[in-house]
Design a protein around this ligand. Structure first.
Ligand code: PLP
Length: 395
């Protein structure tokens, strides 16, 4: 059985609605952009994003996965190099690194915060570690300082996967600005979305920043010397971008102008939407605090944007609760994230083994409630009351 299709509350893949002004912004960009890619709207979005996040070098890309592919390329792995990645995350946090030749070493999460920590990373570090991917999962900003210290001492690159936690911060510093590289998503499901797909990569190193435009856009670059006629020898040049003396293969990972215009506009609303989600999440969590068979991660500050509302069922009755919610209450809760080492993709690549007991325990007992920003208040109350009923019944 795959479950009912007539859910009263679906686990929606659409994170938020658009305001009339945001729709006007899209229409205006449709009328005025020329060309429809790689133009003024991209430049303006990248500048505004950089100012918002606090990063000097920000580049729009067509998805966070593309950003992670670029991040993996920028690592310039040599044979035998290892990358440490949490086993509890979405697949895009990991496979781009395998694709670029790195050996994945899975790190465990902390059971309470559901993200990696210096304690879970430290035992995975070896002589061959080239990079660490820290994922700020569910919208919670992992504690970066200790992990950065660990990495710096050993010349290891740190990539922050901020796909789910744009706008979160620790001690006033935004997620994505601690590591060497930050990657953000503007996918349909995320806290802000540029019409379904989009992303940003930020880097600290000016050398990396210098190669990204070529890497992102087919290797396009100016000819090295002045030309008498703009069409001779050709309209444009392409070459292999060079980083640290080595050549890299280019891609086409560009984000369109209309999406960039919308992305810039949405940045004005991001903090408010994050606050609204957090306020709702705290209301939900507090309303269920007497039930000790469910454990949420409660954070009152902007360290958490509650992109997702996830909890751990502590009495082993998760599947009964899921069934009750789905079949009796018509609410589509889901389970996330299948430990990546269990997927055929990673097993076939030789990364099927992981010593990550917390990731396993969490996944096997977790429940993720529908939590899109546009959920009407009456649906939200129905979700809460149904959850209470489930917890009463399966206590
Ligand atoms: C943790 C994480 N990393 C990366 C991605 C990939 O984002 P995108 O869909 O923009 O490629 C996602 C998307 O779900 C994600 O949740």
């Amino acid at each position: 059985m795959t479950g009912p299709t007539d859910f009263r509350i679906r686990f929606s893949g659409k994170g938020h609605d658009y305001t009339p002004e945001e729709i006007d912004t899209v229409v205006h960009a449709m009328k005025t952009a020329e060309p429809y890619t790689q133009g003024e709207y991209q430049k303006a979005f990248e500048e505004k994003f950089g100012t918002y996040i606090g990063s000097r070098h920000s580049f729009a890309v067509n998805s966070a996965t593309s950003g992670l592919e670029l991040a993996a390329q920028l690592c310039q792995f040599r044979p035998g190099d290892e990358v440490i990645i949490p086993s509890h995350t979405f697949t895009s946090s990991a496979y781009p690194f395998a694709k670029k030749g790195a050996r994945i070493i899975w790190a465990d999460i902390d059971l309470k915060t559901r993200v990696v920590t210096a304690e879970t990373i430290r035992p995975r570090i070896s002589e061959r570690t080239r990079a660490i991917v820290v994922v700020h999962l569910y919208g919670y900003a992992a504690g970066m300082r200790e992990m950065i210290d660990l990495a710096r001492q050993r010349g290891i690159l740190v990539i922050e996967d901020v796909a789910q936690s744009m706008g979160t911060s620790v001690d006033g510093r935004k997620s994505g600005t601690f590591g060497d590289i930050g990657v953000f998503s503007l996918h349909s499901h995320k806290n802000i979305t540029t019409l379904g797909e989009g992303g940003v990569i930020t880097v600290k190193d000016p050398g990396m920043a210098a190669v990204i435009p070529m890497l992102r856009h087919n290797g396009h670059c100016p000819f090295p010397c002045e030309r008498e006629h703009y069409w001779i020898p050709a309209m444009g040049n392409v070459d292999l971008p060079v980083l640290n003396g080595s050549e890299l293969m280019p891609n086409n990972f560009c984000m369109g102008e209309v999406e960039c215009a919308l992305g810039a506009k949405l940045l004005d609303r991001l903090d408010r939407m994050n606050l609204e989600k957090r306020t709702r999440a705290l209301y939900f969590i507090d309303a269920l605090k007497e039930y000790d068979s469910i454990e949420f991660h409660r954070v009152e500050t902007d360290r958490h944007n509650y992109h997702l509302l996830a909890a751990r069922v502590t009495n082993g009755r998760r599947d009964e609760i899921m069934s009750f919610m789905a079949y009796e209450k018509k609410i589509q809760c889901v389970v996330q994230y299948y430990p990546l080492n269990r997927y055929p993709l990673y097993r076939k690549l030789g990364f099927g083994e992981a010593a990550c007991p917390n990731a396993d325990t969490f996944f096997d007992n977790m429940i993720s409630f529908p939590f899109h920003h546009w959920m009407p208040d009456d649906d939200f109350e129905y979700l809460l009351e149904s959850t209470k009923e489930a917890l009463e019944r399966f206590s």
